[in-house]
Design a protein around this ligand. Structure first.
Ligand code: ZN
Length: 73
């Protein structure tokens, strides 16, 4: 992130994780040494691949159920 005052690079002094998953960062400019706070928020949370694989397997079971009518004849 760049300095809002002079546009130079900034360094992170402190990072705090908030309750909603966003990160609050204390930053300091490397050039003019102004200090400010930034908040990073996730706009979308990516799903883990393992969970997606399990869901796909269960969908296949529902789309092709076993033919139970044959068992009762
Ligand atoms: Zn600056």
């Amino acid at each position: 992130m760049f300095c809002p005052v002079c546009g130079e690079q900034t360094k992170i002094l402190q990072t705090r994780l908030l309750a909603d998953g966003s990160k609050k960062r204390r930053r300091e400019c490397l050039d003019c040494e102004v200090r400010f706070t930034s908040v990073e928020k996730l706009s979308s949370i990516p799903k883990p691949k393992a969970v997606r694989g399990v869901k796909r397997e269960s969908e296949e079971v529902i789309s092709s159920p076993p033919d139970l009518s044959k068992l009762w004849r």
